[in-house]
Write a protein that binds this ligand. Structure first.
Ligand code: PLP
Ligand code: COI
Length: 340
């Protein structure tokens, strides 16, 4: 892109744009190479790569934010690095050390600085780190080589409308198995979610909610985001389950709810037959940020929380606090912000 091309930053969607440079590092014979920035956004790998046939891969998602004085900062990249180590372990791939992960993210943001949306547009530069099994391999076993890459894309809201409430329906398919890979950020979890997502959208919902795979009575995930509910007595409640992706946004909100908003925080079961306990509900994640849940369709009925059109007061306060910290308007808890 010419540095002078104008982009309608305020109306970006969550979709791919090729930016200038991306980072690639290769693991071979027991070591990661130093890694480098490249222009080409196409990768050439063996047709027998484990990433293609057996889903041996994982990914991450984090954002770079432009602050009011024009600086650029990352939000808790060390947490994404640590989660990627967990994902790599789960699918037998070599770990990317935390420092290497953060350094790669920093290099990519610095190399694409003019793609970081201006402060005030609400848009951000989304970073997509990934590890894939590559090299020639046929049997179901770990790959001989791996690639760690990071690319960057300017993005707007993941769910249309941003902070406007949206409705969800309950999926009748599962996203994760009881002792499966639900807590790892691996592609297979997402491949399995495409059909229920498509069907939910066809029926006018933003996405679907997954229930626990054993009893189908407890809320687990809201599409590619975690769930939270607010009770009438001011508690922040969020599900606890080994098959949920441990959302960095959710753990950040738990801290902010307690320390900044003085709410009681509980990680515990959220029963789909007990939605009445919540006066507000939301989806949270890097891409979703906080998306208020207007209503949830279950057993043919739409259960509306606060409103289908208005954001509830606690959800709004949580959003303002989280986003204020991410964009550098509010002082962050120690260690959460990495200046680029
Ligand atoms: N749950 C799933 C299935 C996700 O894909 C994501 C996105 O990363 C989240 C939750 C939210 O996690 P985080 O807040 O770390 O982005
Ligand atoms: C994220 O929030 O970063 C995600 O990974 C969600 C989705 C785009 C897969």
């Amino acid at each position: 892109m010419s540095k002078n091309v104008s982009i309608d930053w305020s109306n970006l969607s969550f979709s791919y744009t090729k930016t200038d440079l991306r980072y690639v590092s290769i693991w071979k014979d027991g070591n990661w190479d130093e890694g480098k920035l490249i222009e080409d956004n196409m990768i050439t790998i063996s047709e027998a790569s484990t990433a293609i046939h057996y889903g041996q891969q994982c990914f991450e998602g984090l954002k770079a934010y432009r602050t009011p004085n024009g600086d650029v900062q990352l939000f808790r990249p060390d947490e994404n690095a640590k989660r990627m180590i967990q994902s790599c372990n789960r699918v037998m791939m070599p770990e990317v050390p935390v420092d290497k992960f953060i350094d790669a993210c920093m290099q990519v943001v610095k190399a694409n600085l003019h793609w970081v949306p201006p402060y005030g547009t609400g848009a951000t530069l989304y970073l997509r780190p990934y590890v894939i099994g590559i090299g020639h391999n046929l049997g179901v076993k770990s790959a001989p080589e791996f690639m760690f890459g990071v690319f960057a894309v300017p993005v707007g809201p993941y769910f249309k409308g941003g902070m406007a409430p949206v409705n969800f329906t309950i999926a009748d398919m599962d996203r994760a198995a009881p002792h499966g890979t639900g807590a790892a950020k691996v592609g297979g979890n997402y491949a399995g979610s495409m059909l229920p997502n498509y069907e939910a959208k066809k029926r006018g919902f933003a996405d679907c909610i997954y229930l626990d795979p054993i009893t189908h009575t407890k809320i687990e995930e809201v599409g590619a985001a975690n769930f939270f509910g607010i009770t009438s007595d001011g508690k922040f409640i969020t599900p606890d389950s080994p098959s949920i992706l441990p959302s960095i946004t959710k753990y950040s909100l738990m801290h902010l709810a307690k320390e900044y908003l003085n709410l009681t925080v509980e990680e515990r079961d959220c029963y789909i037959d007990n939605l009445d306990e919540f006066t507000e509900a939301g989806a949270c994640g890097t891409a979703a940020v906080i998306t208020p849940i207007g209503g949830i369709e279950h057993k043919g009925k739409l259960h509306v929380f606060h409103s289908e059109t208005e954001v509830g007061p606690v959800t709004k306060k949580l959003y303002d606090t989280l986003v204020g910290i991410q964009f550098g308007e509010i002082e962050a808890p120690k260690g959460w912000i990495y200046k680029v």
